[in-house]
Structure formats: C-alpha cells, structure tokens
Design a protein around this ligand. Structure first.
Ligand code: NAD
Ligand code: LMR
Length: 327
C-alpha cells in the first residue's frame, strides 16, 4: 500500500454532513493509507471550519496526514485524488430536491472547471450535494479533460435505505441482502428494485411475496425517506448521508463485494434503455477505481415503467440546466 497520503477534497466541509464525514475519513474509513484533507467552504463559513479543524487535531488520528482549508477551489483541489462534492444548499420541508437546481447548479460549474484544471490525473469525483445526479452532470460537462467515468452521484444512501427496509420486512440480517438496485434519480421518482435483489441467495420479491407491500410500502418508504427525515429532524439527513458517501467512495476505490453489486449514478451509455447524456443510477460492480454497469438483467413491464418515469425526470432536469446555460 502507498504511504503517500490520499488527497481527499471535501466541499461544504463546515456543514452538517461534513461534521460527520470528516471524522470518518480522518479515522481510517478508507483504509490504513494516510489521508490529507482539503476542505473547501464559502468565505463566511471558514471560521466555523477552523473550529472543526481544531476538533480534528484534537482527535490525534494516526491516519490523518494533514488538513488544508480554503475558499478558492483551484487551490483546495490542487492534486486531489478524490473529491467529495457535498457543499450545496439542502432542501427544507415541502421542497423537492429538483427545486434546488437553480440555487445549487452554479456551484458545480465552477467546481467542475477547477477540478479540470488542478485535480490529480487519477481523480474520482463523487457528488452528494443535491440535486446530486444533475449536479454531477453539470460538473462533468464543465471538466472536459477528465474522463466522464470519473464522476458519480450518490444513490448509495437510497441503496442502504432499501437494504434496511427489506431486512426489517424479512427478518434477515442486512448482510444477507445482496444485489439491491436503485434505478434513476436520487428523488421521489427513484426505483428501488426488489426483482433482482436477493435475501440469503433467494429472489427478494419472491421471499416477500407481497406485491402490495412492494408498491405501497417499500418503494414509497425508500423514495420518500429523505423527506421523512427532514420532517422528523427539522433538517436533512447528515450522518447517514456521510456514511453512504464513505461506502460509495470505499467501494469505488477498493471494489464491490464478490457476487454482489452496488448502486451508483453514472453517465448513461444507453444501457437498459436509459437515455444517454443523463446521470442515472444503475447496478454497478466496481474494482480499482473503475465501475461497470451490470448487464443482462431482465426488466419486466412494472420495472420498465418505473425506470422510464425516473429517467424522464432526469431528462427534464437536463433540459432545465441546459436552458440555464450550466452545461
Ligand atoms: P449544510 O447546509 O449543513 O452544509 C452545506 C455546506 O456547504 C455549508 O457549510 C455551506 O457553507 C457550504 N457551501 C455552500 N456553497 C458552497 C460552495 N460553493 N463551495 C463550498 N461549500 C459551499 O448542508 P448538508 O446537510 O451538509 O447537505 C449538503 C448537501 O447534501 C445538500 O444539498 C443536501 O441536500 C445534500 N444531501 C444529499 C444526500 C444524498 O443522498 N445525495 C443526502 C443528504 C444530503
Ligand atoms: C436525503 O435523501 O436524505 C437527502 O437527499 C436530503 C433530502 O433532501 O432528502
């Protein structure tokens, strides 16, 4: 293993997610290799970020090789191997994530351009800030020299939520649940798919054997979980979002488990009839920093309708950001 620190940029580092994410990154969630944190914030949040850095210092983490903070993306992103783009406004009660497009989209044009100029040649970029799929599309469209497969948007939180709901329904431990897939957008139209998931190696839809539960309970519970948390907590999910951001980065860099796959939103190549040119969630296997969409799954009419509805929303978001001049 390289002892050169992995340079990890986190944007929005003084925010809610940052407060959980930074301590996980610094304490070895990505393995024993030391990490150097590069933290980007807007100028008014730098003082708060200094306080967070004091706390990171006070943990004396053996795997934390250094911390730099700043409000200039080109300086903070210089030479980074992994960029976790979290910084963006969260939605409040009654909003859909798509309502954030205009407010947040511009952040990702500037950050895409900065990454294009100064990131390391092996950079991987994960977008958590909402609306995550289309923000990733904006970032990759503004970084023409970075291969498009280096960008992904976070649907791992939805994936983990789906695993947890299925485990609770079937009484199986989460470790018995494999081949979960989230298709489409990280939004209320997303499609968590039980027809290819497995519980202890058996088809999950058959184990559940209850199409009503699947349609009226499972899918809406997973798809609207973000709103339920906002309603209950008064602010959007943070620790679980940080945890999913780590899960996604770790699996991307080090590989998904044998005989299993994960959900990641990536630029569509047209697989499964998902229109090219949108960043949509797929089942993917990962290895050594690369991902591949799982091929050959049979999609029945029910799943087809759900996937098409979510990808249609992504095509609309793409049209909106095109009109806004962001891509
Ligand atoms: P927050 O408001 O607590 O923190 C966001 C931080 O981003 C703030 O400190 C703000 O100053 C900073 N910021 C704003 N513009 C910036 C810029 N241009 N550069 C750098 N930093 C900038 O919000 P949060 O709860 O940490 O959530 C962050 C984002 O993540 C939101 O958009 C939220 O909706 C999203 N989110 C996504 C998922 C997911 O599964 N994809 C889950 C939870 C939250
Ligand atoms: C979530 O899914 O918890 C986040 O995307 C926050 C939100 O707005 O729902």
């Amino acid at each position: 293993m390289s002892s050169t620190p992995l340079k990890v940029a986190v944007t929005g580092a003084a925010g809610q997610i940052g407060y959980s994410l930074l301590f996980r990154l610094a304490s070895g969630a990505l393995g024993d290799r030391p990490v150097e944190l590069r933290l980007l914030e807007i100028t008014p949040a730098l003082k708060a970020l200094e306080g967070v850095v004091m706390e990171l210092d006070d943990c004396a983490f053996p795997t934390l090789a250094g911390v730099e903070i700043g409000d200039d993306a080109e300086k903070v992103f210089d030479g980074v191997n992994l960029a976790l783009l979290v910084g963006a406004r969260p939605r409040g009660p009654g909003m859909e994530r798509g309502d954030l497009l205009e407010a947040n989209g511009a952040i990702f044009t500037a950050q895409g351009k900065a990454l294009n100029k100064v990131a390391a040649d092996d950079v991987r970029i994960g977008v958590t800030g909402n609306p995550a799929n289309t923000n990733a599309l904006i970032a990759l469209s503004n970084a023409p020299d970075i291969p498009t497969d280096r960008f992904s948007a976070l649907t791992r939180l939805d994936h983990n939520r789906a695993i947890s709901q299925l485990a609770a329904k079937t009484g199986a431990p989460v470790t018995d649940i494999t081949r979960m897939t989230i298709w489409g957008n990280h939004s209320a139209t997303q499609y968590p798919d039980l027809f290819h998931a497995e519980v202890g190696g058996r088809n999950a839809a058959e184990v559940v054997g209850d199409q009503r539960w699947l349609e009226d309970d499972f899918i809406p519970t997973v798809a609207k979980r973000g709103a339920a948390i906002i309603e209950a907590r008064g602010s959007s999910s943070a620790a679980s979002a940080a945890s999913a951001t780590i899960d996604a980065a770790r699996d991307w860099l080090f590989g998904s488990a044998k005989d299993d796959w994960v959900s990641m939103a990536v630029l569509s190549d047209g697989s499964y009839g998902v229109p090219e040119g949108i960043v949509s969630s797929f089942p993917v296997t990962t290895k050594d920093g690369d991902w591949e969409i799982v091929q050959g799954l049979e999609i029945d009419d029910f799943s087809r309708g759900r996937i098409d509805a979510s990808t249609a929303e992504l095509s609309e978001e793409r049209a909106t950001v095109t009109e806004l001049g962001l891509i």
